[in-house]
Write a protein that binds this ligand. Structure first.
Ligand code: UGA
Ligand code: MN
Length: 308
């Protein structure tokens, strides 16, 4: 009898220990990070956040919305790039993604992607005229302008002040979550360093006494704003009070788009340095290698059709 009881005890002991360990792990879990995921689920059209059940956090509702305008075009790596981007954006509170396809119509791939992206998203499209699709010419001019037009249209009938921040998020760059905390407090136009650009490890605005006084760059230092598209954010109020500020095709050269745009809305003296007086790199101008499709068959050989 005694040995039977002891046998049962031995049988139960490991299970009891496992339960104790699991309970212990659960209670020692760190609290969720400060960057609470925002409500999501919006897709297509001009729909704002549908609002996934999120804990009642008053500060989040008070945060200015960050609008990210992303031009994107069809190529083998497109879905991979968009997936990487959505994985970042999904972790940012009150971010509204304006995805602008360089195409004559919305593609099925991007439409499906947007529907499942799990964050507030507006899906637009505009094709780049063929004469501008040439190496050496600036990219994504029409797409960024379409994003700007949508933003202005959406807000023109709403009363000021409208809290919001806009930035241009190319689909191949790499964005740290800290960057969004920094740009969220943009009053007019804010700037910060960009990594892996301009033929250097980084470019950055040079700051003295809290003001931008010049540019650390290895490429075309004569640019009025020697900064990449990923290096600045603009308040919604500035976008609305300068309704004519757009990206221009005429006379524009690669690398000058940023300057041409910024000089329509601000001055160097006015810029607000972020990222610890522009001493921290929080965004990288990464570029994805062109994929090798040398072994891709000419005609579809597989038994199923797979979206990549
Ligand atoms: C650099 C800058 O970082 C870009 O902001 C700038 O638009 C570009 O130069 C330029 O030459 O105009 P880079 O990495 O060379 O960037 O450019 P991409 O990443 O190839 O293109 C920038 C954005 O435009 C991407 O989001 C890309 O998806 C989109 N794009 C590119 C189009 O929508 N259509 C195209 O034909 C090419
Ligand atoms: Mn790029």
């Amino acid at each position: 009898m005694k040995s039977l009881l002891f046998g049962r005890f031995l049988l139960l002991l490991p299970w009891v220990l496992i339960v104790i360990i699991v309970l212990d792990i659960d209670s020692s879990r760190p609290p969720p990070p400060a960057l609470a995921p925002r409500g999501g689920g919006g897709s297509g059209g001009a729909r704002p956040a549908a609002g996934r059940a999120s804990p009642p956090q008053a500060p989040e509702a008070a945060l200015p919305t960050i609008y990210a305008i992303t031009p994107t075009y069809s190529r083998p790596v497109q879905k991979a790039e968009l997936t990487r981007l959505a994985n970042t954006f999904r972790q940012v509170a009150r971010l509204h993604w304006i995805l602008v396809e360089d195409a004559a119509a919305r593609s099925e791939l991007v439409s499906r992607f947007v529907a499942g992206a799990g964050l507030p998203c507006t899906h637009l499209h505009v094709p780049t005229p063929r004469r501008y699709k040439r190496p050496g010419l600036p990219r994504a001019t029409e797409q960024r302008n379409a994003g700007l037009a949508w933003l202005r249209q959406r807000h023109q009938h709403l009363p000021p002040p409208q809290a919001g921040v806009l930035f241009f998020a190319d689909d191949d760059n790499t964005y740290s979550l800290e960057l969004f905390q920094e740009m969220r407090t943009t009053r007019k136009v804010s700037v910060w360093p960009v990594g892996l650009v301009g033929g250097r490890r980084y470019e950055r605005p040079v700051v003295e006494n809290g003001k931008v006084v010049g540019w650390y760059t290895g490429w075309r230092a004569d640019r009025p704003f020697a900064i990449d598209m990923a290096g600045f954010a603009v308040s919604l109020q500035v976008i609305l009070s300068h309704p004519k500020a757009v990206f221009k095709r005429r006379g524009s050269q690669p690398g000058m788009q940023e300057s041409d745009f910024l000089k329509q809305i601000t001055t160097v003296e006015e810029l607000e340095p972020k990222a610890n007086n522009c001493t921290k790199v929080l965004v990288w101008h990464t570029r994805t290698e062109k994929v090798n499709l040398a072994n891709e068959p000419k005609y579809h050989l597989d038994t199923v059709s797979i979206e990549v």
